[in-house]
Design a protein around this ligand. Structure first.
Ligand SMILES: [Zn+2]
Length: 78
């Protein structure tokens, strides 16, 4: 998942706040993460990629905000 997908989901109002069920308005501090996991058994390391972002609801009366690497789970499909 990329920053473009995140922006698209927010623009298309497909990212919903779990608290008020309204579209999430903003995000902050998007970072890509790459980490190597070494299993210690001599096999090559496994690369895990992901991204982390702070989602901010931004709707009136809702203060929901969360820093998460599982932001895909807030995106709804049609
Ligand atoms: Zn909300």
């Amino acid at each position: 998942m990329t920053l473009e997908m995140l922006k698209g989901a927010i623009n298309d109002k497909k990212m919903l706040c779990p608290k008020c069920k309204q579209p999430v308005q903003k995000y902050d501090n998007f970072v890509e993460m790459v980490s190597s996991v070494w299993d210690g058994a001599g096999d090559s390391g496994t690369e895990l990629e992901g991204s982390k972002v702070t989602l901010i609801c931004g709707n009136d009366g809702c203060g929901w905000k969360e820093r998460t690497e599982y932001w895909e789970s807030y995106i709804v499909e049609d």
